[in-house]
Design a binder for this molecule. Sequence first.
Ligand code: ZN
Length: 62
Amino acid sequence: MVDPTSDLGEDIDEADAPSCASCGSKIIQSPTHRVVTWVEDGSVRTQHFCSEECKVAAADEA
Ligand SMILES: [Zn+2]
């Protein structure tokens, strides 16, 4: 069973697509899409990256 509200795979509107936290590109049906989640101040934070490269680049800046 797939939850249609959280599935990023199909029929996503560009306005609803996540942006890469590193380069700002809209991420739509990207096979290299990476999602990082962590807990901060008691709530779950999520960052999306268009590729492994951007994810690594963002980690390097921190
Ligand atoms: Zn990117």
